[in-house]
Ligand binder design. Structure first.
Ligand code: IPE
Ligand code: IPE
Ligand code: MG
Length: 244
C-alpha cells in the first residue's frame, strides 16, 4: 500500500473479440465492458488511487461502422446517466479529455451534467478519454502555444517542458506511472504519447469484459516489483532508496 501508483491509465481493449468468441455481436462486448469499468473504478477508489484514466473511445474509432459507433454513443449516454449517483456516493470526480465537440448532443449534455454534479468530489479523479487521441491533443497544444506567442502572452525562449504540459488536456493531472492494456495488443494506439514518457507498461491477454479489480491488483503488484530508473543506473536508485 505504500508504493501505489498515483495515476493509472488503462486502454480498455478486446470487447469486440470477447463478444465474437461467444458468438455475439460486438455491442454485447461493449455492454459487458461497462461492468468492468464499474468494478475497476470501485477497486481503484477502494485502494485510494488518486487518478484513473480510461481510454473509452479514440479519434480513430469514429471510423468504425456507423452501427457500432451509434451503439457505443447510446451506451455512453445511458452509462453516464446511470452512474452519477454511484460516483457521488464514492466521492469520485469525473473529468473528460478529448474532442468532445465530436460527440452527439445527447452525450455532450449528459457529460456536462455529470461533470457538474461530481465537481465537488475529492476522492478518485476519474478521467474518461473520449474522442481522444494524443496527436489531436499535441496539434491543439502547438496551435495554442503559437497563438499565445503571437499575442505576446508567451515568450518563445521561455518555453519549457512545464509550459508544454500546461497546454495539454491533462494539465491538471500528474503523468501516469502505470499504463495497462488488455486483450494482448502491444501498442499505444495514440494514447497519452507525451504523458507516458516514463510510465511502466503492463500488458495482459485478459479481454476487457473479463478484467476485474483482482486483475488491477495483479498489474499493480507487477508495477511494484519494477525498478524505475529514469535514465539513472540501478546502483544510483538503490543508494537513494537506502538513504530514504
Ligand atoms: C475496446 O474494444 C473498446 C473500444 C475501442 C471502443 P474493441 O472494440 O477495440 O475490441 P476488439 O479489439 O475489436 O476486440
Ligand atoms: C484503442 O483501442 C482505443 C480504445 C481502447 C478506446 P483500438 O482497439 O481502437 O486500437 P487498435 O485499433 O487496435 O490499435
Ligand atoms: Mg480493439
Amino acid at each position: 500500500m505504500q508504493r501505489l501508483p498515483t495515476h493509472i491509465a488503462i486502454i480498455m481493449d478486446g470487447n469486440g473479440r470477447w463478444a465474437k468468441e461467444q458468438g455475439e455481436d460486438r455491442l454485447y462486448g461493449h455492454l459487458h465492458g461497462v461492468e468492468s469499468v464499474r468494478n475497476v473504478v470501485e477497486g481503484a477508489a477502494e485502494l485510494g488511487i488518486k487518478y484513473l484514466t480510461l481510454y473509452a473511445f479514440s479519434t480513430e474509432n469514429w471510423d468504425r461502422p456507423e452501427y457500432e459507433v451509434s451503439g457505443l454513443m447510446e451506451l455512453l449516454v445511458d452509462t453516464i446517466h446511470n452512474e452519477v449517483p454511484t460516483l457521488n456516493k464514492n466521492n469520485i470526480k469525473l473529468h473528460v479529455i478529448g474532442d468532445v465537440n465530436m460527440l452527439p448532443d445527447a452525450a455532450k449534455n449528459e457529460l456536462t451534467q455529470a461533470l457538474n454534479e461530481t465537481s465537488a468530489n475529492t476522492g478518485l479523479n476519474l478521467i474518461m478519454a473520449l474522442s481522444y487521441s494524443s496527436r489531436w491533443e499535441i496539434v491543439n497544444a502547438v496551435k495554442q502555444i503559437a497563438a499565445d506567442v503571437q499575442e505576446g502572452k508567451l515568450v518563445n525562449s521561455e518555453i519549457t517542458q512545464q509550459t508544454v504540459q500546461q497546454y495539454l488536456t491533462t494539465k491538471n493531472f500528474p503523468d501516469p506511472e502505470l499504463m495497462i492494456r488488455t486483450s494482448g495488443e502491444f501498442r499505444i494506439s495514440n494514447f497519452l504519447l507525451y504523458q507516458l514518457a516514463y510510465a511502466e507498461l503492463y500488458f495482459t491477454n485478459t479481454r476487457w469484459p473479463d478484467f476485474r479489480k483482482e486483475n488491477l491488483y495483479t498489474a499493480i503488484l507487477d508495477f511494484q516489483g519494477r525498478e524505475r530508473r529514469f535514465g539513472k543506473t540501478g546502483e544510483q536508485i538503490k543508494e537513494k532508496e537506502a538513504k530514504s
